[in-house]
Write a protein that binds this ligand. Sequence first.
Ligand SMILES: NC(=O)c1ccc[n+]([C@@H]2O[C@H](COP(=O)([O-])OP(=O)(O)OC[C@H]3O[C@@H](n4cnc5c(N)ncnc54)[C@H](OP(=O)(O)O)[C@@H]3O)[C@@H](O)[C@H]2O)c1
Ligand SMILES: *[C@@H]1O[C@H](CO)[C@@H](O)[C@H](O)[C@H]1NC(C)=O
Ligand SMILES: *[C@@H]1O[C@H](CO)[C@@H](O)[C@H](O)[C@H]1NC(C)=O
Length: 390
Amino acid sequence: MDALASSPLGWLCAGVTALFGVTALCTAQRSPMDKANVLLWSLLPALLGLLCLALLGAAGGLVVFLATCLISSTYLGGQILLPVGDKAVLVTGSDTGIGHALAKYLDSLGFVVFAGVLDKDGPGAEELQRSCSGRLSLLQLDVTNATQVKEAYLKVSEKVQSTGLWGVVNNAGILGFPADGELLPMSNYRQCMEVNFFGAVELSKTFLPLLRKSQGRLVNMSSMAGGIPLPRYAAYGASKAALSMFSGVMRQELSKWGIKVAAIHPSGFRTGIQGTSDLWDKQEKELMENLPADTRQAYGEDYLQGLRSYLLHMPTCCDPDLSPVLGDVLHALLARRPHGLYTPGKGAYLLLCIFCCFPLWCYDFIISKMLSAEPVPREQRTSEDESKNL
Ligand SMILES: NC(=O)c1ccc[n+]([C@@H]2O[C@H](COP(=O)([O-])OP(=O)(O)OC[C@H]3O[C@@H](n4cnc5c(N)ncnc54)[C@H](OP(=O)(O)O)[C@@H]3O)[C@@H](O)[C@H]2O)c1
Ligand SMILES: *[C@@H]1O[C@H](CO)[C@@H](O)[C@H](O)[C@H]1NC(C)=O
Ligand SMILES: *[C@@H]1O[C@H](CO)[C@@H](O)[C@H](O)[C@H]1NC(C)=O
């Protein structure tokens, strides 16, 4: 070890480490990156190199040092974000939840934010107006209303004439009533497609000319349920799967224009999407009214009444901290090399891996085990279940 410390090679390694660290930190200074993370990754090659030097000798230490240098610089290169500057971004569905938090977050970082809201006079819009900087503009924007999409486009293109529009985040979305696909009324399937898919398509098509000028970013808020099949999410999942596939095709087609496309597949986060008991009453009523008598009989009243207990329990397993989603959207908007797919939240990546890499029966088995505490339809019940349901 002493020999290496005084050798030219030792000095060279120390020099490389120092250069590496300083470059990384200078870059981090200019863009919103986590400084501690950057420091850790730039020191990692030297630390591991020293450790292996002690354990394996000079050659081992050097090989490990060079290998970790390569891994570290690849990782840090992927984390480098472009400067915010005067970049303008449109976020849809900013009344509540992720879109609301995202509009505030991007505003705090210095972006020029266009916050599309479903209700311009609602509490969400008011809160944004009150708490954000003067750069933020509110837009009345129901993504299913072609007139409003057009009006929003005219307003935005007028305001960004000189700077262009850097990004569009298709965030507006609805969940509908989570229940067995057989029970869901057709209206629920149509509404989910209308907002989550057709809304996002129309908005993207309208704003693409602006993004083409800036060679900017298109970000789609899809869902974990859009990437993997999950019980109760037939309508919502299908609409999000359509959005994800559209995103994938757009990513391929738009690369020739320099536009980068990313889809986000969050798992559960606590937002307004779970709905209110008034909304559940309405959806439950609609579901019951459209149910054929024999289906109703087969599932049984207590099973049907129990559907909403899922919504009641949903917030307990959802994360109230939205920062993983916000961080991923920021990366999609600003990274030099954004990923095509992000999976923020508990289990989102793991379940997707299991779905993609293992036989289908294996994935289905795991999901059925995760849901083993679920209620059972009347005609499927064994006497053991009967005692459990009572
Ligand atoms: N939260 C999660 O766990 C989770 C998981 C996976 C994916 N996502 C996705 O993330 C996105 C944001 O969801 P969130 O959890 O933040 O839910 P949220 O709180 O309900 O936010 C969705 C927003 O979209 C608005 N909206 C609904 N219909 C619209 C329309 N036709 N035009 C414009 N805006 C409309 C809603 O307005 P109102 O409040 O006035 O209805 C609401 O402000 C959604 O696309 C959702 O599918 C969420
Ligand atoms: C669409 O938006 C326009 C303009 O805000 C409004 O007049 C119209 O009633 C809306 N249409 C629907 C179907 O909501
Ligand atoms: C998002 O989806 C819309 C349509 O669903 C598509 O036009 C757009 O290119 C997609 N963008 C991204 C970033 O996935």
